[in-house]
Design a protein around this ligand. Structure first.
Ligand SMILES: Cc1cc2nc3c(=O)[nH]c(=O)nc-3n(C[C@H](O)[C@H](O)[C@H](O)COP(=O)(O)O)c2cc1C
Length: 263
């Protein structure tokens, strides 16, 4: 059985992972656990409490996850059997995260107790957003999140490893060139100056401090393509030249900002 206090560290770009994390918190709390929800981008990995159970929740990106999530996991302190679990949200396929992450954590002395990948709607420049289908996908995803949280509570979850293929995918997808190419797209984000009202949310939302602000936002070279600024701009003023897509977001901006006020 999972012990009493759980620190769940999450990153979300457009809200899918936040929905999953919240659902899991509900189930943990219904089962008498104390849960602290932390944003990965605001947390100091060296300060994690190793006497608690640690959870990591994040989106899949480039079949793995964002460098900012990897940086957090890699800089967690060495542990002596601290229980740890992961959950990711994925639109189609990952392949380069479950095995490699387990290896890193085991080497640091953590005890992996569960890993789950949950299918949620795609958020990376979705051509056309099918709201009905997305709603069904989210409902199924949240149901799976409940079941998984229940398994973590009763001790029947597992963190399987997919050795060879997973490591090969990880090798491919962790190449700096992959993230440079994604960052290049981010540098080309365009702001519709008629629509932008200078609210500054995009700057506040960016998890890597890549958005500067003068009269209008400007984009630096460190974008990880989490899609937050595009998805949550209240005026839908940020776009990418040459890409045709509809906006996707799973929560409202106030949900995202509200969650942060609890930090
Ligand atoms: C830059 C980027 C890369 C992505 N790569 C993948 C991928 O390789 N495989 C996949 O199935 N989904 C991929 N996705 C989709 C997301 O993993 C998925 O929609 C996730 O639920 C988003 O979670 P969030 O709303 O918490 O950010 C990608 C999304 C982004 C923004």
């Amino acid at each position: 059985m999972i012990s009493n206090t759980i620190d769940l560290y999450y990153f979300t770009g457009t809200g899918n992972t936040l929905l999953v994390a919240r659902r899991m918190v509900e189930v943990f709390e219904q089962n008498g656990r104390i849960v602290n929800l932390h944003r990965i981008e605001n947390s100091d990995p060296s300060a994690v409490d190793l006497s608690h159970v640690i959870g990591l929740a994040f989106p899949v990106a480039a079949q793995s996850t964002f460098p900012l999530v990897w940086d957090f996991a890699r800089t967690l302190p060495d542990a002596d059997g601290t229980k740890i679990f992961m959950v990711d949200t994925v639109s189609i396929f990952s392949g380069a995260i479950v095995g490699p992450l387990k290896r890193v954590l085991v080497k640091k002395g953590y005890r992996p107790i569960g890993a789950k990948e949950i299918t949620m709607p795609g958020n990376w420049f979705p051509g056309k957003v099918n709201k009905d289908r997305n709603q069904r996908t989210v409902a199924r995803g949240l149901e799976r999140a409940s079941v998984y949280a229940g398994r973590l509570v009763d001790g029947t979850s597992h963190w399987l490893r997919v050795p060879v293929l997973s490591d090969a995918f990880y090798w491919l997808n962790s190449r700096p060139i992959v993230w440079r190419k994604l960052a290049e797209i981010g540098e080309k984000y365009r702001v519709d100056r008629e629509a932008c009202n200078g609210c500054g949310y995009c700057e506040k939302l960016c998890p890597v401090g890549n958005i500067g602000y003068d009269e209008y936002p400007s984009f630096g070279p460190a974008c990880q393509q989490c899609m937050r600024c595009i998805a949550f701009c209240p005026r839908e003023a940020i776009s990418v030249p040459g890409k045709k897509y509809e906006l996707y977001r799973a929560v409202k901006i106030k949900d995202l900002l509200g969650e942060w006020q609890n930090d």
